[in-house]
Design a protein around this ligand. Sequence first.
Ligand code: ADP
Length: 248
Amino acid sequence: DVTHGRILYLEDVHRSFDGFKAINGLSLDIAPGELRCIIGPNGAGKTTMMDIITGKTRPDKGTVFFGSTIDLLRHSEPEIAQLGIGRKFQKPTVFEQLTVFENLELALKTDKNVMPSMLHRLDSRQSDRLAEILHTIHLADSVNRLSGNLSHGQKQWLEIGMLLMQDPKLLLLDEPVAGMTDEETARTAELFLTLKGQHSLMVVEHDMSFIRTISEIVTVLCDGAVLAQGTLDEVQADERVIEVYLGR
Ligand code: ADP
């Protein structure tokens, strides 16, 4: 078993765009229940890496496994979502004209064209799960509020809640605290620490103080490969990391 019990396993992945090597020999793995932060300068390949994991982009070569048995390169983007990999883009995309509750309810439906009024009632297991998620995402007091009236941070939490309704094993999050107030950022750290253990998380972030509060291991991407990996203190003290952040 090449994946050594990892939830996510990438080995020597390559992807070029018109001859430009956006991903160039990327190897990386994530343990079950781990919360991994990914940092790296613009153009390092962070978005392309997430596109490859979620099946939005295909690598030219390399190995991408989910758990020890699932070869992600044999699955389509919707199949990969069904398998339990949830992705959140930087901007919140909640349904603003619906309530918090309706957004979470809708997240259970794979056919998003159906109106909330046409949804079947949740079964008791789903209702329990929804209530638990509302609490986790700090929106238990806002269940009947219109999502359009939520703050930016609350919308981000709601979208994370919508992903959680699908009970993903792995969550990929792109700059989750960008644009948040300090208090929202602190509560997002709390939220992530609650999720860790039950889910594996891969978080691309630039906010170093946020990373410090949530992460054990930080991976630094540069030029489409891993430049350094370790605690935030270790990678911040690494000469090569300092050079790519300050020297370019
Ligand atoms: P990051 O998210 O770390 O900023 P990206 O993965 O977005 O990095 O981009 C890595 C490099 O690949 C960039 O130089 C970018 O211009 C290039 N790239 C990404 N996607 C495409 C594409 N679809 N077509 C052409 N070039 C791309």
